[in-house]
Design a protein. Structure first.
Length: 363
């Protein structure tokens, strides 16, 4: 019995639905179909803009030249010009040890060389009348050469008593005091170049074919969030890391005021290419499965058009295929549209995002 009751109820429901559809299609009193209300939308034309494809990555700084200065001989400090953070020029004397003994040894060897040369010259003059043998002349010539070599070695030992800046840079921290006795090999301080710094970061393997020397690089430091540091790519690694599948690259960043320091963390952006492309507001693009599409406003009607998108920027998306600069793209209200629906266009640009045409790819 209850089965017959359910069948009867189903028949009633079907009749009511059919009646509703029938009466909704009846003409009005004036003989016209009732109009479908138009959907209110905003539209925007695709913009042809110069955009930049960029890779964003974490990076670290290191000096182009860096050295730890150490003593090559033992001695007592008699001159000290080490002030942390002080800029120095190449050849500046940073430290000098007591070199009185080295200077005395040098004077002795100069005198010995002078005497050896005098004896050699006298023997050469006597050899012309056979007063001395040729072997004696050769022996004295050897003595001159040995004395010259000993003198050069003494000059090196004297120079080892002072440390000079091998290049222009900035002095690091030091714990050395005047009068301290230092053993050979004692670490004195560090010296780092500062005019330009190396920016080291990595590029994902899939972008290796687009990376070239000379491409512009920008970097931002948390220590100076409002300042942009600029440079360019100067070196590429010869191998891709098997662990991270990335290519190590190196850029040079100008640091004229010495604000940046070696070892500092940076956020780097590498510009791969600049090109012109059509862009539309990101909210205009609808996605259904693998299909991307937009709605165009044409003579008061909506028309659905499939598109091929490229890179994404904040608030914008690149359109590779499917649109022209003259198309009127619906940017609001499109989620309620179907192709062929009536639309009413509002003249307003409040729904259009601010122009930013940099596509950033996180590495």
């Amino acid at each position: 019995m209850w089965k017959q009751w359910l069948v009867g109820l189903g028949v009633i429901v079907i009749v009511l639905v059919a009646a509703g559809v029938y009466f909704s299609q009846l003409p009005d009193a004036d003989g016209q179909n009732r109009p479908v209300e138009a959907t209110t939308v905003n539209v925007s034309q695709p913009e042809l803009r110069q955009i930049r494809d960029r890779i964003s990555s974490v990076a670290s700084l290191r000096p182009t030249d860096s050295v730890e200065l150490t003593t090559e001989t033992s001695g007592r400090v008699v001159e000290l010009n080490l002030k942390p953070g002080q800029p120095v020029q190449q050849g500046d004397v940073l430290l000098r040890l007591d070199d009185r003994q080295a200077r005395a040894d040098l004077a002795v060897l100069k005198a010995r060389l002078s005497d050896a040369r005098r004896q050699y010259n006298r023997a050469r003059s006597l050899r012309s009348n056979n007063s001395v043998s040729q072997s004696q002349v050769d022996e004295l010539q050897t003595s001159v050469a040995v004395a010259e070599a000993e003198l050069e070695a003494a000059k090196v030992r004297l120079e080892n008593h002072r440390i000079e800046a091998p290049f222009a840079g900035v002095i690091g921290l030091s714990d050395i005091s005047p009068g301290a006795f230092l053993q050979a090999g004692t670490s004195i301080t560090t010296l780092d170049s500062s005019g330009q710094l190396e920016l080291n970061f990595s590029v994902p393997e899939r972008f290796v074919g687009q990376v070239e020397l000379g491409q512009p690089v920008t970097a931002v430091s948390p220590a100076f969030p409002d300042q942009l540091f600029e440079g360019q790519l100067v070196e590429l690694a010869t191998r891709i890391s098997e662990l991270s599948r990335t290519l190590a690259v190196r850029a040079l960043i100008d640091n004229p005021d010495g604000q940046l320091r070696p070892g500092q963390f940076m956020s780097a952006s590498l510009t791969l290419q600049e090109r012109e492309a059509l862009v539309v507001p990101e909210q205009a693009v609808m996605v259904r499965g693998d299909e991307k599409y937009v709605f165009l406003a044409e003579d008061g009607l909506a028309r659905r058009v499939s598109v091929q998108i490229g890179n994404r920027m904040p608030g914008w998306v690149e359109i590779k295929e499917g649109l022209s600069p003259e198309d009127a793209v619906v940017v609001t209200g499109q989620d309620r549209l179907s192709s062929g629906n009536r639309i009413r266009v509002l003249e307003s640009d409040r729904s259009i995002p601010e122009n930013r045409f940099e596509s950033v790819r996180e590495s």
